[in-house]
Design a protein around this ligand. Structure first.
Ligand SMILES: [Zn+2]
Length: 410
């Protein structure tokens, strides 16, 4: 589970979660999109070098070619390895325990006890072996005015296997020794950052430190700060994606169409009549970004169950969410709306259309907000539910009306 920084440098790239938002609204109610998860494993090198630049670019291209939804920051598409440590280059950080009780052993077999690392001991990590029979890290730790060398169980450092790489941080962030503890350092714009584990509102990160033997540091940033580093756009201000938006099949002000029973669709055997989006039109046919964000996915042709669509990514309430704009007019998505592009709230991303079989229910925009870019299984309608959010499959859908009005998630 921690293979991303093993000695042999296995490079794991998760990519191309090719998800087509399955049918949204209109006639096409069956899920046509499918989740596709490609796992690419490449043995790169025996030596820990920064050798994965090319691979990551290929990965991104594949993801784009297949209409997938790579992370909004190009460089963060692939999970990646932790750069190598050596007898001279180390990463500095603290063990997980907040007590003076981290055991140190004399050898990597973790059998013979050498001593104990205290909570405030800054530890240098020279070697990390996640695939050893007992995963370990070779460390030095302060004892009096010198440092002792020993081995700790890797779980004393991290429980992580997250592995996402941000080759060039998009924002600076404060790094803490441990969640809620003292400031340990800073990530600066352009730094190479690896996310390791998520811990209750924090992300454990390895990041490139000053030059010299202290090659890296290990610490924690808040989830919100991590989103900024990653290039996510933290937003609280939202607007309807159409000027003068009104529900296409209910009176305005009636909570749009979220969760309401659609006009009778008796032919549908599973009664999935409750809508996890809003179907709207507006005083202008222009469709605009509901909030600042990044383009996560674009479908310019009319081959998907959702027709022409755009997906934007945002960070709100410490979560990454995706806003989804479906059934756009063919050819209406501007060229600057490309995967990885930054968009501003109110920026035009297309024109309301009738793609994907929506002609029978009328021209409209299908607009939803969800916590996954992977909308596999999403059909636009789910069985009866109440409230302003609903879990369907593994995706949580949020009532867009609530998000727009309150600037937070329900
Ligand atoms: Zn809809």
């Amino acid at each position: 589970m921690r293979s991303f920084y093993c000695q042999k440098f296995i490079f794991i790239a998760l990519l191309s979660f090719g998800l087509l938002f399955s049918s949204a609204c209109g006639e096409e109610e069956q899920a046509k999109g499918g989740a596709k998860l490609d796992l690419v494993v490449m043995e790169v090198s025996e030596e820990p070098e920064l050798v994965y630049e090319e691979e990551e670019e290929e990965v991104l291209e594949e993801a784009e070619d297949e209409g997938g939804v790579p992370m909004p920051v190009a460089a963060s598409v692939a999970a990646s390895v932790f750069p190598g440590l050596s007898s001279t280059a180390y990463a500095a950080g603290y063990c997980r325990s907040t007590a003076n009780d981290t055991p140190v052993y004399t050898t990597s077999s973790l059998a013979d006890r050498l001593g104990t690392i205290y909570a405030l001991d800054e530890v240098y990590f020279f070697e990390i072996a996640p695939n050893a029979s007992k995963p370990y890290a070779k460390v030095t730790y302060p004892v009096g005015t010198t440092r002792k060398t020993g081995y700790i169980h890797l779980s004393s450092l991290t429980l992580g296997n997250f592995g996402e790489r941000i080759a060039s941080a998009k924002a600076s962030a404060t790094v803490y020794r441990r969640p809620g503890e003292a400031v340990y350092g800073s990530i600066y714009v352009g730094d190479d950052v690896r996310a390791v584990a998520k811990v209750s509102g924090y992300v454990q990160v390895f990041y490139k430190a000053a030059s010299g033997n202290r090659a890296w540091k290990i610490g924690y940033v808040t989830q919100a700060a991590y989103d900024l580093v990653k290039g996510m756009v933290v937003v609280s201000s939202w607007q309807y994606p159409m000027a003068g938006a009104y529900c296409t099949w209910k009176n305005p002000g009636n909570n749009m169409s979220w969760g309401s029973l659609e006009p009778s669709r008796s032919s549908r055997a599973d009664k999935r009549d409750h809508h996890v989006a809003i179907d709207i039109a507006g005083s202008s046919a222009d469709v605009v970004a509901a909030a600042d964000g990044w383009v996560a996915s674009v479908q310019r042709n009319n081959n998907s169950a959702n027709g022409v669509y755009v997906v934007l990514s945002h960070s709100i309430s410490n979560k990454t969410v995706y806003s989804f704009y479906a059934h756009l007019q063919l050819g209406s998505v501007p060229n600057n709306i490309a995967v990885g592009s930054r968009v501003d709230k109110g920026q035009k991303i297309g024109i309301m259309g009738t793609t994907a079989g929506t002609t029978s229910v009328g021209r409209h925009l299908h607009f939803s907000i969800a916590d996954k870019a992977d909308f596999a299984g999403y059909v636009g309608y789910v069985p009866k539910f109440s409230g302003d959010k609903v879990l369907y499959g593994n995706t949580t859908f949020y009532n867009p009306v609530f998000v727009i009005r309150n600037g937070k998630l329900p």
